[in-house]
Design a protein around this ligand. Structure first.
Ligand SMILES: NC(=O)C1=CN([C@@H]2O[C@H](COP(=O)(O)OP(=O)(O)OC[C@H]3O[C@@H](n4cnc5c(N)ncnc54)[C@H](OP(=O)(O)O)[C@@H]3O)[C@@H](O)[C@H]2O)C=CC1
Ligand SMILES: O=C(CO)COP(=O)(O)O
Length: 329
C-alpha cells in the first residue's frame, strides 16, 4: 500500500517536517489551523507565520483545515501541535486513530492529564502501542529547514515502524537513529526544555559560560536520576536524543525555551515574557508537568523546582537562582 502521510500542526517544526518529507519525495496531507493559512500556502507556497522563508513543494502537498479528512486519507499521522493544544486540536476529530500509525513530534506533557503523549494517545484514542512512534533528537526546525546536518531519533516499540519512519525521514542532511525507548525519549524531551529555561534565566541574570557549563553538568545528572525513576528501560543518557537535545536546547540561539528564560532573567514578568513569545516555549508547561512527577514519585529535582517556583509560584528569579547556584556542584 502506498504510504500517505498526514501532518497535524503548522508551527515551525510541522513546517520543517512537511518540507523535509515532500523534499524526500512523499505526498503529504497537512492540517493547518485556519482557512487563511491554507489559502496563503496555496497562493505563495510558504507558511505565512513560521519558517516563512522555506519554499514548499506544492506539487506534493495537500493542505486542509478538515482534520477528519486528513486522518481518513493518511496511513501515518504525525502530530506536531504544542502539547498545550494537542487535546483541543484532536478533540475536533471524530475519525478513529486506532487503525493509523501515529507519530508524535511533540516535546511536552499533556497539561490536562499530566501524561506523556504516548500514554495520552493509548488511553484517549486506543492507539495500539505498536502503532506509536516518536521523533526526537536535537533538531531545531530552522536548521533542518536550511539543510544543516541533523541526527534525529525515532523511538518505537515496533522496530518495523521505526524502520519505516527512518526511510521517510533520512536524506543527505538527515541521519536517523532508532530507539525502542518511547518513555525515556519523551520524558527527556520534556525535561530538557525546562533546563533550557534555567539556562536562559541564568544568562539573562548575567551569569557567564563558566557557570553555564556547571549548570549543564548538574542538569544532566538531575535528568539522569529522573529518567532512572520514570523509564521502564535502562537508558544511556549519553545519546543524542537525551544529552544531545539537552545541550542544543540549553545552548542554541534558536531555542525558544532558552530565549523565554533569558527574558525572565532580564526581569520580564512571566506573563509579559509569555506574551512576547511568538512561538511556544514547551518548558513553561513542562515545568508544571515535572512538578507533578516530582511530587508523585517523591523525587528531588532542584533545578526543575527552581524553574517551577519562578514560573508558577511568583518567586523572584534572581533570588531563587542565586540560591540554586549555591546548591550546584
Ligand atoms: N521548533 C522546533 O525546532 C522543534 C519543535 N518541536 C516540538 O514541536 C511541537 C510544536 O512546536 P512548533 O512547531 O515549534 O510550534 P511553534 O512554536 O513554531 O508554533 C506554535 C504552533 O502552535 C499553534 N497554536 C498556537 N495557539 C494554539 C491554539 N490555541 N490551539 C491550537 N494551536 C495553537 C500555532 O498555530 P497557528 O499556526 O495558528 O499560529 C502553531 O502551529 C512542540 O512540542 C515542540 O516542542 C520539536 C522539535 C523541534
Ligand atoms: O526541541 C528542540 C530542539 O531539538 C526545540 O527546542 P525549543 O523549543 O527550545 O526551540
Amino acid at each position: 500500500m502506498k504510504t500517505t502521510i498526514g501532518v497535524i500542526g503548522s508551527g515551525s517544526w510541522g513546517t520543517a517536517l512537511v518540507n523535509l518529507l515532500t523534499q524526500n519525495g512523499y505526498h503529504v496531507n497537512w492540517f493547518v489551523q485556519s482557512q487563511e493559512i491554507r489559502e496563503h500556502v496555496y497562493e505563495y507556497g510558504h507558511n505565512p507565520h513560521y519558517l516563512s522563508s522555506a519554499s514548499l513543494n506544492m506539487s506534493r502537498l495537500r493542505v486542509t483545515i478538515k482534520i477528519d479528512d486528513l486522518i481518513e486519507a493518511s496511513s501515518i499521522i504525525i502530530l506536531v501541535v504544542p502539547s498545550a493544544f494537542l487535546h483541543s486540536v484532536l478533540s475536533k476529530s471524530t475519525y478513529p486513530l486506532k487503525d493509523k500509525k501515529v507519530v508524535s513530534a511533540v516535546k511536552g506533557i499533556i497539561p490536562e492529564s499530566n501524561e506523556i503523549v504516548a500514554d495520552y494517545l493509548f488511553r484517549e484514542f486506543n492507539v495500539p502501542r505498536e502503532h506509536f512512534a516518536m521523533i526526537a533528537g536535537p533538531s531545531h526546525a530552522e536548521e533542518v529547514s536550511s539543510e544543516k546536518l541533523t541526527y534525529l531519533t525515532v523511538a518505537s516499540e515496533h522496530v518495523d515502524l521505526a524502520k519505516e519512519l527512518k526511510l521517510l525521514l533520512k536524506n543527505h542532511h538527515i541521519n536517523v537513529k532508532i530507539s525502542h525507548d518511547i518513555v525515556g525519549t519523551e520524558f527527556a524531551a520534556v525535561a530538557k526544555n525546562v533546563y533550557a529555561i534555567a539556562a536562559g534565566i541564568y544568562h539573562g541574570l548575567g551569569y557567564g559560560d563558566n557557570f553555564q557549563a556547571v549548570l549543564v553538568c548538574n542538569a544532566t545528572q538531575e535528568m539522569r536520576e529522573f529518567m532512572s525513576k520514570v523509564c521502564r528501560v535502562n537508558a544511556d543518557i549519553i545519546e543524542s536524543a537525551y544529552l544531545g537535545d539537552l545541550l542544543v536546547t540549553m545552548y542554541s540561539q534558536y531555542s525558544r525555551n532558552r530565549n523565554f528564560g533569558v527574558m525572565i532573567g532580564k526581569g520580564y514578568s512571566v506573563k509579559y515574557a509569555r506574551m512576547e513569545m511568538l512561538q511556544i516555549a514547551e518548558g513553561y508547561y513542562g515545568a508544571k508537568g515535572l512538578a507533578h512527577f516530582m511530587e508523585k514519585l517523591n523525587i528531588d529535582m532542584p533545578i526543575a523546582e527552581a524553574v517551577f517556583n519562578v514560573l508558577y509560584e511568583g518567586q523572584n528569579a534572581s533570588n531563587v537562582f542565586s540560591e540554586l547556584s549555591n546548591e550546584l556542584s
